[in-house]
Design a protein around this ligand. Structure first.
Ligand code: KIV
Length: 279
């Protein structure tokens, strides 16, 4: 690509940067927060310029980028690689990065050093940890270093081998009460927001109503303060996942297949490249 063809100076859209304070104001105003995952520069650039509030560099990268069955295998180094790529593509979105399995469960010192690596090596704006009361010491330590923390309750995929299944969580009273208490504990410890994954809509809206920080749902109904989806699922790149909560906004797998087949056809028919496409 020549210098003429390549735009070397990125044009700033001038869009206002989303911060944790902006999210707090959105909750106060009742304005819903839109969050999506992204794991690479090009996707992050599109999602950011489309106006998304929050980009989550989720450990779901383990599934949709690397093809693992669970989120457990992804490493801290791999999360930092994805996060740094996303950061290079954004102008205004808040970028939150998952602390991967094994990078914070040991003790709060380990949690802090993992969070510091993410912030320092990727340039991300915040980290997300799964769990309730059992991670409070780590949340406290990470916050004491000035790193914003997002919580994650309900179905926490890093504990899939404990749950044994991906079914809806907290349907029983005991687990629902514990989840409500955990949401308040995370709020009191200083988390700026919490993801509520795959829990009954009624419970999720009660939690959102009884907390002052944003509750962002995935499979948690509409009574929360925002929604998050995995981008490969909502764009229809990932065709093997059909949970009830997922709305598909596109069938990108079909579009990509059509484009690739068109390319194969043109190459084999010596139709590509034509005279205008060569030097
Ligand atoms: O890793 C991820 O993508 C997540 C979302 C499902 C909330 O944690």
């Amino acid at each position: 690509m020549s210098k003429k063809e390549k735009n070397l100076t990125p044009v700033s859209s001038g869009a206002k940067k989303v911060t944790t304070h902006v999210l707090q104001e959105m909750k106060l105003k009742g304005e819903k927060i839109a969050m999506l995952t992204a794991y690479d520069y090009s996707t992050a650039k599109i999602v950011d310029s489309a106006g998304i509030d929050v980009i989550l560099v989720g450990d779901s990268a383990s599934n949709v980028m690397a093809g693992h069955e669970t989120t457990l295998p992804i490493t801290l180094d791999q999360m930092i690689y994805h996060a740094a790529s996303v950061i290079r593509g954004i102008e205004s979105s808040l970028v939150v990065v998952d602390l991967p399995f094994g990078a914070y469960q040991g003790n709060s010192k380990e949690a802090l050093s993992s969070a510091i690596r993410i912030m320092k090596e990727s340039g991300a704006h915040a980290v997300k940890l799964e769990g309730g009361r059992e991670i409070l010491e780590s949340v406290d330590r990470i916050l004491s270093a000035g790193i914003p923390v997002m919580g994650h309750l309900g179905l926490t995929p890093q504990s899939i081998y404990k749950f044994g299944t991906y079914v809806v969580r907290a349907r029983e009273e005991e687990e629902a009460v514990r989840l409500k208490e955990d949401a308040l504990l995370l709020q009191e410890s200083g988390c700026f927001a919490v993801v509520l994954e795959k829990i009954p809509a009624q419970l999720a809206s009660e939690v959102a109503a009884s907390t002052s920080i944003p509750m962002i749902g995935i499979g948690a109904g509409s009574g929360v303060d925002g929604q998050v989806l995995v981008i490969h699922d909502m764009l229809g790149i990932n065709q093997d996942f059909h949970p009830r909560f997922l709305r598909r906004y596109h069938n990108l797998a079909e579009e990509i297949t059509g484009a690739v087949q068109g390319y194969i056809h043109d190459v084999k028919a010596v139709d590509f490249p034509n005279e205008r496409e060569q030097y």
